[in-house]
Design a protein around this ligand. Structure first.
Ligand code: TYM
Length: 349
């Protein structure tokens, strides 16, 4: 039977990139699972990953809840999916340590994310080796090991993520192999990556970069809870190019192509971006922006209202119940794997 696992950092309300690249597929997989009863789904709000960058405690507390409300608002259903905070299942951290003992530093060193995170934090792409040594923390360096633990501890067969997580998934498979070859009897499951048709949504202000939560420029992204006028305004001011016609060419015309991708993704009939480009052949970019805004507004209709409802419901009491239930089911799932782990490593009688 399929076991689906994915995670998202509680670093603010998700944007259109998170939604189209990952979360919308989580909801689709949940809906499909209704007709294949063996499938289990786990979605984790990875608060331990969030603290690899400095966080203010009250802000993190608030953002965990905002993420929970966001996941419910897009249609994840706690009766069908296990939704939980990573830190409420301590076994994730325990397995992380055990995987640390078979994970290669050389491999981690070649991975790109910690480098770009550090560079981002220092507002520069090039930083000296000395700065790296002083600023790089163990947690950020070992980030992919914790991510591997998240996935392996729930014996995930499929992990739905955006393009930027592919490298982490490759590493998770390597962790499973290393564990299994080090410990006779180890039977970690190797997870498969699944991506959507929009694995990389680009920034609205710099279409050479992906849309991201950490960009200081708010106009670069659209939050899934944005009011309609804000969605329209951000798409209207999206950076394109100075050519008049509409053509689909992600290499040469990333801005225009990103709009066509968004339009295609939010099109109920799922017409391809090339087809939309032909449709707007004799139109101007303003028309394309208008159509894209209409499609995004339609796609996100109701999310904002449901989000606010979940967040404010009885002073948050209902969210608390969902959090407790999710933690309980996730702990049981994790403990099952940990029994195998302790047994083959020699940590149990
Ligand atoms: P995070 O929180 O950065 O992003 C959550 C999901 O959104 C996808 N995504 C995008 N997809 C398309 N276009 C974009 N511009 C875009 N930006 C983000 C990400 O690929 C991701 O799927 N390390 C993970 C969290 C994590 C995890 C895991 C994921 C921790 N443990 C185990 C899967 C399995 C992260 O930081 O995602």
């Amino acid at each position: 039977a399929k076991r689906i696992f994915s995670g998202i950092q509680p670093t603010g309300v998700p944007h259109l990139g998170n939604y189209l690249g990952a979360m919308r597929q989580w909801k689709q997989l949940q809906d499909e699972a209704s007709s294949s009863p063996g499938t289990k789904l786990f979605f984790s709000i990875v608060d331990l990953h969030a603290i690899t960058m400095p966080q203010d405690a009250p802000v993190l507390r608030q953002r965990r809840r905002e993420m929970m409300a966001s996941l419910l608002a897009i249609g994840l259903n706690p009766a069908k999916s296990t939704i939980f905070y990573q830190s409420s299942v301590p076994a994730h951290s325990e397995l992380k340590w055990i995987l640390d003992c078979t994970a290669s530093v050389g491999y981690l060193n070649r991975m790109t994310q910690w480098k770009s995170k550090l560079a981002e934090d220092n507002n520069s792409l090039r930083i000296s080796d000395e700065t790296i040594e002083n600023k790089l923390k163990m947690g950020l360096f070992g980030y992919p090991v914790l991510q591997a633990a998240d996935i392996l501890i729930h014996r995930a067969t499929h992990v739905p993520v955006g393009d930027d997580q592919k490298q982490h998934l490759e590493f998770a498979r390597q962790c499973a192999r290393s564990f299994n070859s080090t410990y006779p009897g180890g039977d970690m499951v190797s997870p498969e990556t699944i991506t959507t048709r929009s694995p990389r949504v680009m920034s609205l202000t710099n279409p050479h970069k992906k849309m991201s939560k950490s960009s200081p420029n708010h106009s670069s992204r659209i939050l899934i809870t944005a009011p309609e006028d804000e969605i329209r305004k951000r798409i209207r001011s999206a950076v394109t190019d100075s050519l008049y016609a509409v053509t689909y060419d992600p290499q040469e015309r990333p801005g225009v192509s990103n709009l066509l991708d968004l339009l295609s993704q939010c099109d109920p009939e799922a017409r391809e971006p090339e087809e939309w480009a032909r449709h707007f052949e004799n139109a101007n970019l303003g028309d394309l922006k208008q159509a894209t805004a209409d499609a995004v507004v339609r796609e996100l209709a109701g999310v904002r209202e449901r989000y606010l409802d979940f967040l404010n419901h009885k002073g948050g009491r209902w969210l608390t119940e969902i959090e407790e239930e999710g933690a309980k089911v996730a702990r049981e799932s994790a403990d099952e794997t940990m029994r195998m782990v302790r047994d083959v490593v020699g940590l149990s009688d």
